[in-house]
Ligand binder design. Structure first.
Ligand SMILES: Cc1cc2nc3c(=O)[nH]c(=O)nc-3n(C[C@H](O)[C@H](O)[C@H](O)COP(=O)(O)OP(=O)(O)OC[C@H]3O[C@@H](n4cnc5c(N)ncnc54)[C@H](O)[C@@H]3O)c2cc1C
Length: 408
């Protein structure tokens, strides 16, 4: 099959973030000659990204299968227990709910890792794969044609391939070139992110306090460290930005009811306005969108990148099969199936997170009552509880083969 493409690639991945890197590694490991175009590190704004990602069990299995997880393991902490605590202080408060991975026969729901270690591990693996050309450049234009799409680079080169994977983030050039519209929504909330050191052990427990401005979520990191995503009212962010590290640590200790003891904040804080966005379709004109190019969801419930990794695994699964059968890897059949296979998974998770977030923000008593009742039922009814846990970790209907540990 490689002869058909001569020296050129059968697939080009645009974007060297975690979703693009994973898609490129999967394609190349499956035998599809692939080029990955990512901006050279010097052109990426020098800002410490202190974000972390809670990778759910299927994502960890996929990274193990791709030979990436060994490079992550030392930097990742297992999430064995998840607690949800209603800290809204409202009249109708939900009961505390505690989920344990062992209840659904898992060692851990997933692992939390700082993004810098995850991207570094993916890059190392990508650069070691013989079938993957790593192009340090920026895409300036994407032009779909009949049989191939041409991709112009800032450095002057033009690449062509029958399949483009658009992994170029929320302002995606690939999405525009495919003529795909996007539905966007902004929430009246901002997420403050920071990594912490603490005096008490976290016991592999992630704790989500539901507050009236949104969740305040502590997720374990290795040792006595944790990451915090604190969803705030935008009106409060200036006040928080003005706090020095000791004052911020005190605020965090207070908001966390000292469950992790004395807090020290580490260097680097992030502020992320909460938005959600969804492409109307996920593929057209030989271009398939993955990760935030296809969907952005608020950082609640650790779903965003897990969805992005499932996107990459799904398009790679379809493209590898087409490549081996000498079919058109960017043709209508592959793209239509990709779109169909990803819709339900992305749609259901976007909806669930939107609903949970709205119930927290709502002052309407019956809505608060519904959230409380929902959590009460999940807590008390065993089969429902286990079904919710299983679905939270992996979708029953849309788990790609890679997430089940099958090499493609
Ligand atoms: C506070 C916060 C916490 C989060 N926590 C979690 C979590 O716990 N679990 C989870 O699953 N998800 C989480 N997410 C979501 C997750 O961070 C994102 O889904 C993920 O980073 C998106 O990855 P991506 O590769 O799609 O996009 P990006 O990381 O944005 O990568 C896009 C890449 O494309 C490159 N690019 C763009 N344009 C071009 C071009 N023209 N040419 C070449 N390259 C280009 C960019 O430089 C960039 O490297 C969180 C998000 C936030 C904000």
């Amino acid at each position: 099959m490689a002869d058909k493409y001569g020296d050129s690639s059968a697939a080009i991945v645009v974007g060297g973030g975690p979703a693009g890197l994973t898609a490129a590694i999967t394609l190349a490991a499956g035998g599809v000659p692939t080029a990955l175009v990512g901006r050279p590190p010097a052109e990426i704004p020098a800002r410490p990204d202190n974000r972390t990602t809670a990778l759910l069990a299927g994502s960890v299995t996929a990274l193990e299968t791709l030979g990436v997880w060994d490079l992550c393991r030392a930097h990742a902490a297992p999430l064995r227990i998840m607690r949800i605590v209603d800290d809204t202080g409202r009249l109708w408060r939900a009961p505390e709910v505690k989920f344990e991975a062992s209840e659904i026969d898992l060692d851990a729901f997933g692992h939390n890792i700082e993004n810098r270690y995850l991207v570094d591990a993916l890059e190392k693996r990508a650069r070691a794969l013989p079938g993957l050309e790593f192009v340090n450049d920026e895409v300036t234009e994407v032009a779909p044609g009949e049989d191939t799409v041409s991709v112009s680079l800032k450095g002057g080169r033009t690449l062509r391939a029958p399949l483009i994977i658009g992994a170029d983030g929320r302002r995606s050039t690939c999405r525009d070139a495919a003529g795909i519209e996007v539905e966007e929504r902004a929430y009246p909330q901002v997420a403050l992110t920071v990594c912490l050191r603490h005096s008490r052990p976290h016991n592999d427990t992630s704790t989500e306090f539901h507050t009236s401005t949104g969740p305040f979520t502590l997720v374990p990191l290795p040792g006595r460290r944790a990451s915090l995503v604190w969803v705030l009212d935008p009106g409060d962010t200036d006040g928080f930005a003005a706090l020095d590290d000791d004052e911020l640590a005190d605020e965090i200790e207070r908001a966390s009811h000292s469950i992790l003891g004395k807090i020290e904040v580490e260097l680097g804080r992030g502020l992320f306005p909460l938005t959600s966005a969804r492409a109307k379709i996920f593929a057209a004109k030989r271009i398939a969108l993955v990760g935030e190019a296809a969907h952005v969801i608020p950082p609640i419930g650790a779903q965003g990148l897990n969805l992005g990794l499932r996107d990459g695994a799904t398009i790679a699964e379809l493209a590898i099969a087409a490549y081996r059968d000498a079919h058109d890897i960017g043709g209508v059949d592959v793209l239509t199936r990709y779109n169909t296979m990803r819709r339900a998974d992305v749609g259901s998770r976007t909806l669930a997170i939107d609903l949970l977030n709205r119930t927290l923000l709502s002052d309407f008593l019956p809505v608060q009552g519904m959230r409380g009742l929902g959590l009460y039922l999940i807590d008390r009814i065993g089969p429902l509880r286990r079904a919710v846990m299983r679905e939270g970790v992996a979708p029953a209907m849309a788990q790609p083969r890679l997430m089940r540990g099958e090499a493609l």
